[in-house]
Design a protein around this ligand. Structure first.
Ligand code: UDX
Length: 448
């Protein structure tokens, strides 16, 4: 006999919601995805994911075909499921602090819809929220709108996610940990039980704690990762000043210390993406409100912001003034294998280049539609990587797409007006581009 499974639902079919939904459906759970954006729901219902993510399209189609996954524009429908995840966005306010508007309204909708529900309902906050939100803000909203008391036929947990774009499905199916912050014992046990069913053979280490601690864990993770990137970029900028020194060698050796670890020590143009900047700003604002100024985290952000100017100054060491220079920017996505340009370093670099009077021609294999929305007509978009470098005075590599490696030294030499290359992602070794004028982040260079 097959085990009866709990049904799950997700309110908010953005990145986290949709990837989590298809993962639940793929493990045999009856899954309902809900979103107030009916256009998005319709598109997803036809099997078309609104963003690119490896493995997502396949699991989405399989889920829909097997009817394990259903989608709806009517959020109240989630009332019929055992476990209701909140996966709506938590954008920034203009001062960097977190905007809880969507989470609060999702909580209100869920509460209202489960009011007459006789069975136990577990509500799980997966959206990234600052410490205290679940217990002090969402719990009262949920209790008021549902007319139930947490603990009596109503459970509430916070359960942050740690999905990376580009490997979100893999991360959802094989996470390195589960963090469950429960408002009471029963809520925590019920969520842990759900995950035991999900990860039947290999359940990940599980941290069972309070909602406040779980919320801080999420921010601490992202803040630490961002710190690692700004740290190695700082070392890269020092290495840059010392001829013959390469930050990659330094990182390799430093990373062998198990207390440090080798991951997330790749120097580059600075971090981007939907999480790091937003979450750092949110935790900084949160902390300041409590009366503590988190200088370290403020500096991590400052270093990241400055890294874009370092990239541009490498172009200047090759070209001198950038006025009216044609600069090809290869890569717009904040990292490879995604079409996401949110907070991408490429945008900061392009803004800088434009300020300095350069003409920018850009190319990205996936992210051009998104980049166009931000950059409009301020830059020229090339059809492919070869046409991007054609006639250019300088080429800056901003995203580590594998396909950029297909461009060899001779391609740059033949196509460009003057073959000046700035490698902000360390795709090439100096030997690869011998004979060309080449600068790379964190590679100390003789200036003569
Ligand atoms: C990140 C976290 O990794 C994930 O756990 C969280 O849930 C969401 O935020 P993501 O934004 O998808 O995930 O990107 P990630 O792969 O972490 O990279 C973030 C940025 O840091 C990228 O711009 C990347 O290029 C940069 N980075 C990363 C470096 O510059 N060097 C590194 O060594 C690693």
């Amino acid at each position: 006999m097959t085990r009866p499974r709990l049904s799950v639902s997700l309110v908010g079919l953005g990145y986290v919601g949709l990837c989590t939904a298809v993962s639940f459906a793929s493990r045999g759970f009856d899954t309902l995805g809900a979103d107030i954006d009916r256009g998005r729901v319709e598109q997803i219902g036809k099997g078309r994911a609104p963003f690119r993510e490896p493995g997502l399209d396949k699991l989405l189609r399989l889920g829909l075909r097997s009817k394990r996954l259903m989608v709806t524009g009517d959020v109240s429908k989630v009332a019929g499921t055992d476990v209701i995840f909140i996966t709506v966005g938590t954008p920034s306010n203009p001062d960097g602090s977190i905007n809880l508007g969507y989470v609060e309204s999702a909580t209100r909708q869920i509460g209202t819809s489960i009011r007459d529900e006789p069975d136990y309902r577990l509500v799980v906050v997966k959206s990234t929220v600052t410490p205290g939100t679940t217990s002090s803000t969402l719990k009262p909203i949920l209790e008021e709108t549902s007319e139930k008391k947490a603990g009596v036929k109503l459970g509430l947990c916070t359960n942050p996610e740690f999905l990376r774009e580009g490997s979100a499905i893999q991360d959802a199916l094989h996470p390195d940990k589960l963090v469950i912050g429960a408002v009471n014992k029963e809520s925590g046990s019920r969520l842990a039980k759900l995950y035991r069913t999900f990860y039947l053979r290999r359940p990940p280490p599980t941290i069972l704690t309070t909602p406040d601690t779980a919320e801080l864990i999420k921010y601490s993770s992202n803040a630490f990762l961002a710190t690692k990137v700004s740290y190695i970029n700082t070392i890269a900028n020092i290495a840059q000043q010392i001829p013959g020194v390469d930050v990659e060698k330094v990182a390799e050796a430093v990373g062998l210390d198990p207390r440090i670890g080798r991951l997330f020590l790749k120097a580059g143009p600075g971090y981007g993406g939907s999480c790091f900047h937003k979450d750092l700003q949110a935790i900084i604002a949160f902390s300041q409100k409590l009366g503590y100024k988190p200088t370290l985290l403020e500096t991590v952000e400052e270093v990241n912001e400055q890294q874009a100017t370092k990239v541009v100054s490498l172009a200047e060491t090759l070209l001198g003034s950038l006025i009216d220079k044609r600069v090809a920017v290869l890569g717009l996505a904040f990292k490879k294998d995604t079409d996401d340009t949110r907070e991408a370093a490429s945008l900061r670099v392009i803004e800088n280049l434009k300020k300095k009077g350069a003409q920018v021609v850009a190319y990205d294999p996936m992210a051009m539609p998104n980049a166009r929305q931000v950059l409009g007509r301020t830059v020229e978009f090339a059809k492919n990587q070869r046409s991007a470098i054609k006639g250019a005075d300088c080429c800056i590599i901003m995203t580590e797409w594998d396909q950029f490696r297909k461009l060899k030294g001779k391609d740059y030499a033949q196509s460009m007006k003057t073959p000046n290359i700035v490698d902000a992602r360390r795709l090439y070794t100096p030997e690869d581009l011998e004979g060309l004028k080449f600068r790379a982040i964190g590679l100390g260079h003789d200036t003569h």
